[in-house]
Design a protein around this ligand. Sequence first.
Ligand code: WTA
Length: 655
Amino acid sequence: MGPPVEPAGIESFYLEDRTIEPSSGFRERALISDPGVYDRAEADWEGFWAVQATELLDWFDPWDTILEWKLPFVRWFVGGTLNVSHNCLDRHVAAGRGDRVAFHWEGEPGDTRTITYAELLDEVERFSNVLESLGVTRGDRVAIYMPMIPELPVAMLACTRIGAVHSVVFGGFSSDALRDRIVDGQAKVLVTADGGWRKGAAVPLKANADAALGDTPSIDHVVVVRRTEADVDMRPGRDRWWQELMEGAEPHRAPEPMASEDLLYLLYTSGTTARPKGIMHTTGGYLTQVAFTHKYVFDLRPEEDVYWCAADIGWVTGHSYIMYGPLANGATGVLYEGSPDFPSRDRWWAIVEKYGVSILYTAPTAVRTFMKWGTEEPAKHDLSSLRLLGSVGEPINPEAWMWYFEHIGGGRCPVVDTWWQTETGAIMISPLPGVTTLKPGSATRPLPGVAAEVVDDAGSKVSEGGGYVTLTRPWPSMLRGIYGDPERYRDTYWSRFEGRYFAGDGARIDEDGYFWFMGRVDDVMNVSGHRVSTTEVESALVDHPSVAEAAVVGAKDATTGQAIIAYVTLRAGYQPSDEHGQSLRRHCATRIGPIARPKTIVFTDDLPKTRSGKIMRRLLRDVAEGRDLGDTTTLADPAVVEEIRARAQSAPPED
Ligand code: WTA
């Protein structure tokens, strides 16, 4: 079978034909099991979102206008007022659900805390008063640089309560990254901790922050949570201990009524340039779509479910699906501070068993790591409480999907592969687990109310085949811009295809209209004039029983334009050898086509990753292009592996 030639799009050769229907038991109990929801939403999509905003949220004042759209600037629920912390806390407590657990928190050393909605509200009210006592008022920016401890949700919700804008900086970022974000957002207060626990060691957050604070004149005060008891420098007048401030804080603070379009938060994300973009999210539309997607994509039953999104709150996944979606829906969540292999590689499965987790949401990179560690780790624990699994962050290879489905979900839990971005704020393309026939490796179709299309280079719609992912109309949780840079906002997202939002991803649409994501467009290789997705070749490699993880890059090649270089980590029990490399190359050729046969296979013990778990392909490409890797298999060449390691350590923590 030769590859189809589609010069205008992105070619896709990887054929995956397994399908999995929702079980009748799941379908019967699901919140949505009627496929008619898609057509009804489509018939009046503005009205559809307005119904969600009414049903899922509490408004102080109703809106006058559902939508104002003047490309690329959008306003939703104009004239409406609400408060995010009121929606996440007060209304649940007022309805008699104050004793429900908001978070089962577990620190890496094994310390735990159970936090009810009433307790969370109490701390949020106090910290709201603390922030105001430090001079923070409506509209001010507050930077937050913290480990995954209960004070992090408290700080974020307190900002939303008084109408301040939070800018959470992932605790794994360096002081330079923190400084740049504080400066760009002109934050007045920084909330941090003495440190946090990671793989048994204390990460020195306050010391990192001190290095940044030399160049951040906007910061008046720093609030420091005691967590690791590390010695820290406290600058008199500027730095204050969280615990001391909270003891003296007034207990009550009413939620500030905010306009639907008031800025809720900034979250920085990297693009094609080195300078991070401050993505802006506002209040009413954002909360509507995160609550909607969290409820229906995860089929949430807040009275019964224990929901665990195992991301870090410092990323958008944590903002939308640890914090705002689950809390708006009154869910009970798990919050875990540390690493999955501390003290041993079954830590996650111990947590699932201990708290009876029923919904687990994680990333393909985690799934592939667990594959590498072997099925005996999850097998040590009773995972029968699980009923639904989710995936986010990158394309999930069919083999990883099946492994997750079988070895974590016991073959009974639907896997929802959810596509979205920091910029989209909430899930856009994903199954509805009681409706959608699943295809392992596909995020399936746009959710009700969402419109997405794949287009070719000229911007024409592709009904079947490969191309660029675009969104064809505004959605409630859409980014409102890049902080301080409206031109960059227009250029990055709205100029490539007229009238469309350009997501920067490639995908294939199959005969059922399902989306098969193929990674960022700049991760697409061009081999002998054929475009091949790095993700597709990776899927083929991971499909081989010996392969735990693979990263594929296109390196410049005099003959073919680009050549495929594959970095491969083997599962326990397999040895790298020349012969093995040849069989992997043959495997790719068989699975996808001769065009996908890697020129070089480099065996390595570990792949270089960002702190969020994304493989640093750019670095691998540089390594591949910077040296002659030969034209066949490179056996665990120590020099290459050393170079990857050294450069991963010195590279900035973003991708
Ligand atoms: C990728 C994370 C395939 C994609 C929420 C997107 C995915 C980028 C998926 C956004 C998925 C995320 N399938 N690719 N289910 N989810 N991506 O901003 O390339 O950290 O553009 O947001 O991750 O990453 P971000």
